[in-house]
Structures are given as structure tokens and as C-alpha cells.
Design a protein. Structure first.
Lengths: 363, 363
DNA sequence: GACAAGTATTTTAACGTTAATAGTTGCAGC
DNA sequence: GCTGCAACTATTAACGTTAAAATACTTGTC
């Protein structure tokens, strides 16, 4: 019990210790850090030396109480679903945390299963001065969270654009259209002409954005689109069955472009089951550059989001907002990069346009 | 600028507002929440009603300053490596965060690339009362972090056992040996006799623990082990080449048990390249139940760690420690569960013991 | 040598909470 | 009616910091 009361090494060092050591007042010690120009050179030097030798670190909590600002940023963590490929969250959190640390912020996690409970969590954290700002992910049309945070004057930035044309929102997003267009460019270069699109249902704005990339590329290169687009929720099994539908068409595609790695991996499963070898008989591509895409066989061609950049811009936004001089431009659309792997390795001979032949189905 | 000064809805509600509303002193209002038995029934009711109607929430920061306890727990996030399959972190963080919330704690992330900078980060957070406790992951032999936290009397618990026989450490870990043994049981049932082990180098205690499972099962079932164990760092490409070595042996194994999903996925790649179909010609298993294992084709048989349980026990430990009555037993070894998928689907006919034949190598 | 005009430093008060203690009230007992 | 004692409630002080106001100390000027 007794040792439970022991204080952490330098935990007890406060400004008043520094003040005594440097023979100045507490306020002067404080000024040495916060307004050094107010001190006479000699005093400053003496005080800083005391701070240094005592290992003084300002108490975050006291500072937070006094300044009404905790330098903590709330981020939501979602339950990872095992039927989805993309825990970008991992990398994203690391990047965010790292950028935050650079400007003296820390991340505090909050956990919620829907928009409403997410707001309740923010409410609690904000109301109790526990956090200064919020980072939102996966914004959607008519997102109640945005309105809610706005209303309360909370500093926040979103990973995901404003789908309601809110020009003043601080957002960072990935240009999904451009990402898919680069995938399409790569496939066309490999000689593909019938390129299918396996995407999310039309109620997803992110999904539509990516689909625009497919449509635009098809238009530009004069490729067919009819009967080549299918929809599926972002789920491995749904992706698999949607891909089976595509592959059983009269004139099946030679490549399938997918809105996510999850769907692409489902499509690869469908191909295997149809006796087709992904990357040889049919090309497949995903989106997100999840670990699964790199480690599956054949490796999945996909699109990598520049998460470090996203994180850094988000932190810049909230930091600027909190210090009172918001950044312009309010948003940036970052271009993801194509990652080519074996799933699109095979070059299609120019004279070949007929559908791939079905091979023996194993098992 | 002006609207930047607006306060969040109920942010301004403090105990003194409650006190005025209920016509009691501030301290009585505080007691209504912290020591309700001290109030006369009427006063209590009146005060609670005021708290309710004003939407008062105690200010975490003020409370932290007064109580010298922030109810924040530090957790480290590592940079996710794209050549590794297992960002369990994602699920783990969610589980932790959720359990923490149940007892009024929140998680604060800190980010560090080695043990030393990790300690520096804790140092800073502890010293400034920013956190009350720490959750450590991936402990290793002679872990400096454990000694460091001990020394300072910090409350902490570890995901990963005490490898130095420290009986008093509060840890939760996964029984890797048992996990691999259940994999082995499954493979033996399928008729496998020559089962190889693709594991981490011997300097990893976690790796050795899992390897023990293989050795024990081989002994129990009278299976050969000679020339059947190879080592590789936890990396897809290393796993791939180690598996190639195994497969090119004179009498190759009919199954490859791996220490991680990453290695198993590397092994699957190696099999494909050798013209072997995983799950048909050679069985493969992994460990961790990462998303990639579920989504690759064929699906990878693996071992799932009960992360929810791990999280809950860890939080219980630190919570108990902070409130002064540490939990006994100090540690628990949780048994992971086998997840069978197509990579071990094929039953080996009893009379067959000869090595799998090499099929045509595609591409 | 007195006095304005700075500059350097200290004092005061406050952020919101709560443990410890002090104070008030009502009521039984002498 | 006064004392003693519950049973409540209020006051004080402190957690560590910092903005603002107050004070002390320089320096320069005539």
C-alpha cells in the first residue's frame, strides 16, 4: 500500500519549486516559459537553468484548467469488421498522433457505434473541457455531426469532403475519381477494353466519386460501360457474388475495377471459384492499399491514400483554428497513388478481345 | 472571430450554477454526487434535480487537478507496416477504449518508435498528471519499460506475459502454445503426418511459445520434426523464401504451420509460385486472424485471439490498481480459438504419405 | 535631486473541483 | 433554560497554472 503513494520521479516539481530555486516569484518562473521577453536576461538565464536542473515540466492539467484548453483532440475508433479489408485506421491514427505530437497535442479516443452516440461522446468530452477539437472521419451527405459541431463552435476538421457543398468546412479528402482514373489508365495500357466496375450502392457519395472515375475513363478511351457496372455493399461475400454475376455474363469483362480492396478480394475469390486466375485470366483492382492487398496471392493492384499527408493537414487545420487564424484554402483533395501488383500483370495481346476461356475449376 | 469565442452549449455549467439553482452551497452540490449520504433527503433530491435540469457534468480537468488523477490511460500506437498482416491494434484499441469507457476512463495515444522514446513519452505524460496508468503491449525479455514503470510506482498492465518470471506483474496474454496445438490437432485429424513449422527466429519468446505447441503436438502424435522447422523474421518476403526452402526439400511437408498470418501468407505465395495450390496440395495455417487471412483465397486457417477479453482484463487490472485493491490472480493466459478455412480444407487419404506432386506453374 | 517614463518583477485572483474543517440548526436530557 | 449531540450545510484552502493589475526598480532629463 505504502509504495502506492510514492510520487512519480519528478512529478512533484511545480513552478513554485522552480521559483524558489531561481529566487524569483512563481509568475516570473511562468513567464520564463510563456513570455521570456519580459524577463531581464540574467533572470531569464537563472530561471531557465532552474527549470532545466529540476526537470520541471508544466502540469498539463493545471494549464488546461487555467487556459480552458486541454490540447487534446478527440478521434473516434470504430469496431474493425473482420469481413472488411481496410483497417486504415491503424496507419491513420499513427500518422495523426505523430503530427499532433509535433504541435503539442495528444489524441484521445472515443468510441461509438453510430452518429448519435458519437455526438454524445463528444458532448461529454467537450463539456468537461476534456478536449479542444475533434477530427471526424467518413463524412457523409447531411452529416449531423458537422452541423452539431458547427453549432457549438467547436474546432474540427474532417477526413472526407463536404458532401453538402459547405464551402467553409475544413476538410481533407482523397480524390477517388482520380485514383480510379489512374487504375483505368494502367488497365487500358495493358490492353484491356472491357473493364467492369464493381462498386458500392449509389447511396454512397464516396462510391459515386470513384465510379465517376470509371465512367470518365471509359468515355475518354471509348470503352463500353453497358452491363459492366454492378453494385455491392462493402462486404467480402457480397463482392464475391456480385463478381460471379459479372463473370457469368455473355461477354464477361477482362478486368474488374473495384471500389475497395474488400470487394476486389471478394472478386478474386469469385474468379478462383470460376476457375479463372486473377491477374492472368481476368485483371482485378482494389482501393485502399490495405495489408491484405499486399499479402494475398496474386498481389492486388490498388490505390494508396496518402494518409500521412491527410493527417498532417487535418492537424494543421485544427491547430490553426484553435489559435484563431484558420487556414485558407479550407480544403484539399489529395491524389492517391497507383500501386501495381500481379493482379494486373498480364498484358492483353491487342488482337484479343474475346472473353477469357473458363479453365478447370479446382476442388 | 467573434463566434470563435462562443462557448459550447452547456460548457459553462459549473457546480456553482447548480448550487444557486438548488439554493445550496457549492460543496453540498458536490456532495450530492460524491457523498450523497451526507445530504438530507430533501436537499439531495432538490440538488440532483438542479444537476439534471442544468445538464451539469463535472469538469474533468478541474477534477483531475484536485484529485491528482486524470482518468486517462496511455497506450502506444506503432506505425503499421504494410508488409505485415496483423494490425490487431485496430480491434484491440476499440476493445480497450470500450472497456475503459465503462469505468469512466479514456485512452490517450502516444506514439514512439522504440522503447526509449516510448518511455520519454510516458515520462512526459505522467509527470504532467496527464495520465494515471499505462497499458503496454508486446512485452519482451528484460523489457526496460516494465522496470521503469515499476520504479515510479505507476499503475500499469501488460498485454504480453512476464518473460522474466516476474510473479507480481499484472499481465494478460494469449496461450500461443495451446493455439498452435489446436491447429495441429486439426491438421492431424485431416490426415497430415509431415507438418512443418515456419516460425520466428529463436530470440522471440512469443515465437518460441508457439513453437512449443508444434513440438508438443508432434511428440504427442508421434510426428517427425527433423528438417521440418525453418525460421524467418515476421515479413512476407522472408516467409515466402523460407517456405520455398521447405517445399524444395526431398520429402516436403504436407502442411505448414506458421507463427503468424504474415508468414502464412508468404508461404501461400511460395506455394503458388511452386505450382502448388494451398489447401489442396499443401495445407497452411497462420496466427492472429487478421483481415487478410479471411479475405485471401483460399481463406487461411488461423487462430483468433480473444481481444475483447484481453482488453477487459487489462482495464480491470489498472482500474483495480488505481483504486488501491489490486486484483489476484495477477495474470491470465487466455486460450485463442481455431478458425478453420479453405487452406486446410482437404482431407488427406490415410494411405497417402508421399509428397505432393508439383503441378504446372502458372505464368 | 526631483520626476517622468519605462522596464522588471511580484501580487492578486481565477479556472472548477473537493477534503477537511467549521458552523448552524433542532432536539433530547438534566 | 442551558448543555450536549446529532444531523446537516457552509467555509476554507488547496491542486498548478497564468492574465492582469500593482508595485519596485532603472534610467534619462532638466
Amino acid at each position: 500500500m505504502a509504495d502506492r503513494r510514492i510520487r512519480y520521479a519528478d512529478r512533484g516539481v511545480t513552478l513554485s519549486h522552480v521559483a524558489v530555486a531561481a529566487n524569483v516569484s512563481v509568475q516570473t518562473a511562468s513567464n520564463a516559459l510563456n513570455a521570456p521577453d519580459r524577463l531581464a536576461p540574467g533572470t531569464l538565464k537563472r530561471t531557465l537553468a532552474a527549470i532545466e536542473s529540476l526537470g520541471y515540466k508544466p502540469n498539463r492539467v493545471a494549464r488546461a484548467l487555467r487556459n480552458q484548453s486541454s490540447r487534446l483532440i478527440a478521434v473516434k475508433v470504430e469496431a474493425a469488421r473482420s469481413d472488411r479489408a481496410a483497417p486504415l485506421l491503424d496507419q491513420f491514427l499513427h500518422a495523426l498522433s505523430s503530427c499532433a505530437a509535433d504541435v503539442g497535442f495528444h489524441l484521445i479516443l472515443c468510441q461509438a457505434d453510430d452518429d448519435r452516440s458519437e455526438l454524445a461522446a463528444y458532448q461529454e468530452l467537450l463539456q468537461t473541457t476534456a478536449v479542444d477539437a475533434v477530427i471526424l472521419s467518413s463524412t457523409h451527405r447531411g452529416d449531423p455531426r458537422i452541423a452539431w459541431l458547427r453549432e457549438r463552435g467547436v474546432a474540427f476538421a474532417t477526413f472526407g469532403r463536404s458532401w453538402d457543398g459547405d464551402e467553409d468546412l475544413a476538410w481533407v479528402d482523397i480524390d477517388g475519381k482520380a485514383g480510379i482514373e489512374s487504375v483505368m489508365g494502367h488497365l487500358v495500357e495493358q490492353g484491356h477494353r472491357r473493364i467492369a466496375f464493381l462498386g458500392w450502392p449509389n447511396d454512397s457519395d464516396v462510391g459515386l466519386d470513384r465510379k465517376q472515375g470509371w465512367l470518365a475513363a471509359c468515355r475518354r478511351h471509348g470503352l463500353p460501360t453497358q452491363h459492366l457496372a454492378v453494385e455491392s455493399a462493402d462486404d467480402f461475400d457480397y463482392g464475391r457474388s456480385a463478381a460471379l454475376r459479372l463473370l457469368s455474363r455473355q461477354s464477361p469483362p477482362s478486368a474488374v475495377v473495384c471500389t475497395s480492396d474488400t470487394l476486389a478480394l471478394g472478386a478474386m475469390r469469385a474468379m478462383s471459384e470460376s476457375g479463372l486466375i486473377p491477374g492472368v485470366d481476368v485483371a482485378v483492382t482494389g482501393f485502399d492499399a490495405s495489408p491484405a492487398a499486399a499479402l494475398t496471392t496474386p498481389g492486388l493492384t490498388t490505390v494508396r491514400q496518402p494518409l500521412d499527408e491527410v493527417a498532417s493537414e487535418l492537424i494543421n487545420h485544427v491547430e490553426a483554428e484553435l489559435s484563431g487564424n484558420p487556414i485558407s484554402p479550407r480544403h484539399s483533395l489529395l491524389t492517391p497513388t497507383l500501386v501495381t501488383r500481379e493482379s494486373t500483370a498480364r498484358q492483353i495481346p491487342v488482337h484479343l478481345t474475346d472473353p477469357p476461356h473458363h479453365r478447370r475449376s479446382h476442388r
